[in-house]
Design a protein around this ligand. Structure first.
Ligand code: FEO
Length: 179
């Protein structure tokens, strides 16, 4: 048996958009890993834990897409490298969260691009699959906005930032593991 399944090829443009989504999720995984190390190095163990968890979630987002493409009898493109932003000279907690929100918005834009591609090519299966990412992005953006609001509230208060660090270190993982 040469082929296990009948090939039901995906539209090339949709496949390309999904591969770009994998690239972004993978980039996000490294972005958060970088932050986990940076915050850990600066003594923010709670925020470091938060970003380690976030990095793991991004890995799951990437794997979920990879598995989906395989299920559709196509071959996903595994990103071979990632460009990582160099650490800022001046360490700024709020900056890193705002920058992460900017990155999440880029991921959301890509999710919408995939869905637009699905609609153009009548790929209802992929469109349905991508709805999970629509909800996930909404959740992630809202989490970052909440943290940024809290950081703005406490300003330069060391005690305030200490409390946020403690909270984030203890915050439970709310997301279900994607299948
Ligand atoms: Fe999976 Fe945070 O984008």
């Amino acid at each position: 048996i040469k082929e296990k399944k009948m090939k039901n090829k995906m539209n090339k443009e949709v496949l390309e958009l999904l591969n770009e989504q994998i690239w972004l999720e993978n980039h996000a995984m490294y972005h958060y890993l970088n932050l986990a190390v940076e915050f850990g190095n600066k003594g923010f163990s709670g925020i470091s834990t938060y970003f380690f968890n976030q990095s793991e979630e991004e890995r799951q987002h990437s794997i979920k897409l990879i598995k989906y493409i395989l299920d559709r009898d196509e071959v996903p493109t595994i990103p071979q490298y990632n460009y990582l932003e160099p650490y800022e000279e001046t360490f700024d907690v709020q900056f890193h969260f705002e920058n992460s929100l900017v990155q999440e918005k880029k991921v959301s834009e890509q999710v919408f691009k995939v869905i637009n591609g699905c609609r153009k090519h009548n790929d209802y299966t992929t469109e349905n699959f991508m709805q999970w990412y629509v909800a996930e992005q909404q959740d992630e953006e809202s989490k970052f906005k909440d943290i940024i609001d809290k950081l703005k509230m406490v300003g330069d208060s060391g005690l305030g930032i200490y409390q946020i660090d403690s909270e984030l270190g203890g915050s439970p993982q709310t997301e279900e593991t994607p299948g």
